[in-house]
Design a protein around this ligand. Structure first.
Ligand code: SF4
Length: 350
């Protein structure tokens, strides 16, 4: 409870600093994204990891993860255990979850679900992880396997159903299961309400699962120009607002480099490295301050990623984006995922 009050105070001071264009921040970051590995077992047709060739494959050690958690545990509510890569491939994933939970930091796991074993399912339940997010693109076997190359439709559903079965056996509602489907054109074309309904029926206890549809990012046009990535930077038609990530979150890549966001999956804007500096030093270091200043002045033409990114054209209220990172975490952790989603659908979703 105390931590949530602290977090709420931190959100308010973050919003105030953002709105006033503060460059040196009194607030610590609200969220952290920690890439525990940048390897994956699939070759999904829309994923940066499939196309990225410039980064070495690195698996973060448990010791390094512990050092990070030690530095952020006082102020971070949720830590996303990925930037690129499939978190369940990490051989220490159970210890990583345990480390986060015992330090009061909620781990957020987005997974393709292919490697979800009974052992991992039991750990998620035992450590009372709040939510688990499955990226499940495609309502039919054909669409799914064309998008998530290397996965098997029936096996992934079986893994998710097995998690539900263990939850029922243990009489628990946690972790809440969320199945996310991206709305790229590959999915939109074959999408019908009827197909979605049939898809939901494949999951046991599906009334207690949240099914969501989200628009796909074109990763600041870094991704190949093809039929999947159809959303140019101003597609949403909103005026420019500075990127809220620079005031609210830090992304730590598996090699220790810190970047401003998950769009920077190749590490173009390196703000520092946690092997050489503390997180708090990087948070108010010269590189991120320069980015904040440029964003606040609307002068981002010479930042290759940001100048092409949709994140600076978000739906906003008096200059504050509705999707401001951290607010959703607070709602999810104070209420539950469905409350968060209902608010999202009313405010952010187009
Ligand atoms: S504008 Fe886009 S690329 Fe730049 S920091 Fe924000 S999310 Fe990342």
């Amino acid at each position: 409870m105390f931590k949530k009050v602290f977090f709420l105070k931190n959100i308010l001071s973050t919003l105030s600093n953002y709105k006033r264009g503060k460059i040196h921040l009194s607030n610590p970051p609200l969220l952290a994204w920690v890439e525990i590995n940048n390897i994956c077992n699939l070759k999904c047709i829309m994923c940066p990891i499939t196309f990225s060739t410039s980064r070495k494959k690195v698996i973060m050690s448990l010791a390094q993860l512990k050092q990070i958690v030690d530095q952020i545990k006082g102020f971070i509510l949720e830590v996303y255990l990925f930037v690129g890569g499939e978190p369940l491939l990490h051989s220490d994933i159970i210890s990583i979850i345990e480390c986060c939970k015992t330090n009061g930091v909620e781990p957020v796991i987005h997974t393709n679900g292919v490697k979800l074993s009974d052992e991992i399912s039991k750990a998620l339940i035992n450590f009372r992880v709040r939510n688990i997010f499955f990226s499940f693109d495609g309502y039919t076997k054909e669409t799914y396997e064309n998008i998530r190359v290397g996965a098997n439709f029936e096996n992934t559903i079986e893994n998710i159903n097995q998690l539900t079965a263990i939850k029922k056996e243990k009489k628990t509602t946690k972790p809440h299961i969320v199945i996310e489907t991206l709305m790229d054109r590959v999915n939109i074309r074959p999408f019908t309400i009827e197909k979605e309904k049939k898809f939901k029926e494949l999951f046991i206890d599906n009334n207690n699962i949240s099914f969501t549809r989200k628009y796909i990012s074109n990763f600041a046009t870094e991704m190949p120009a093809n039929e999947i990535y159809t959303f140019p930077k101003t597609v949403r038609g909103f005026t420019f607002t500075p990127c809220p990530n620079l005031w609210s979150s830090l992304n730590i890549l598996s090699n220790g480099n810190v970047v401003p966001c998950c769009i920077d999956f190749n590490g173009e804007n390196i703000l520092g490295n946690i092997n050489n500096e503390s997180i708090s030093k990087i948070w108010n270091g010269p590189k991120i301050k320069e980015l904040r200043l440029k964003h606040f002045n609307g002068d981002i033409g010479d930042i290759p990623l940001c100048s092409k990114c949709g994140s600076v054209h978000r739906k906003n209220f008096h200059g504050i984006p509705f999707e401001f990172p951290g607010i959703g975490s607070f709602v999810r952790n104070t209420f539950n995922y469905d409350v968060y989603r209902a608010i999202w659908n009313r405010t952010v979703n187009l």
